[in-house]
Design a protein around this ligand. Sequence first.
Ligand code: ADP
Ligand code: ADP
Length: 228
Amino acid sequence: MIEFHDVQKYYGDFHALKDINLTMEAGETVVLIGPSGSGKSTLSRTINGLERIQSGQLIVNGQDLANPKTDMNRIRKNVGMVFQHFNLYENKSVLENIMLAPRIVLHRKEDENKKLAMQLLDQVGLADKANNMPSEISGGQAQRVAIARSLAMQPKALIFDEPTSALDPEMIDDVLGVMKTIANDSSMTMLVVTHEMGFAREVANRVVFMADGQILEDDATKEFFDHP
Ligand code: ADP
Ligand code: ADP
């Protein structure tokens, strides 16, 4: 589903991703860890073209993102992202936030769109917030809406970039719980940048450790935790 082959990424002279080789199969959940500034966010953002790579190959869903002819809109339809700071549309209700992209991008029929959005809200435990505005819900609830919003596009892969780092501690478990359910239930590929080692141990198939723009470890989860 996602393959990095000798990928290099520079910000000006700064070598942010060095010789990245990484493969994620369909349905796999990979947790990406490493010190601040090691390139985790950069790596995760290359996968849907939010950051371009300078050399190597990055194959996402059969298309090479290094090729300028690759249709980025098609990539973004298939690869969702959930960021640290959720970006809900503040002037739209929770339900509308979820229905918007499928309506505009996928032309999903209105009744079907609403039904799916309500199912997703139910799945993230927020069916009763459908008609609330983003300002009326908590940060943890908003992050769960952001996850539902990504799922509404029925992506093949979902990238989480520190989804719980900006949340109050009491909200973190709800968000991780939703992510765990998704990881277990779906054939979606998930890449999760997180400091939550409990989540990694319980949910990830693999743990990838980055430092200084390089991948230093890429281990099955059990190996990673048994031989630190
Ligand atoms: P992490 O997610 O592991 O904290 P990042 O991918 O955010 O790491 O950053 C990796 C390195 O790239 C850092 O040194 C950061 O300062 C640098 N960097 C990130 N984004 C940019 C940018 N847009 N321009 C220049 N340097 C950047
Ligand atoms: P446009 O420029 O077409 O108006 P934006 O780039 O502003 O769209 O994106 C609209 C919203 O979607 C923003 O909240 C942005 O953070 C989010 N977003 C943008 N690109 C992606 C992506 N590839 N995956 C997930 N969310 C995205």
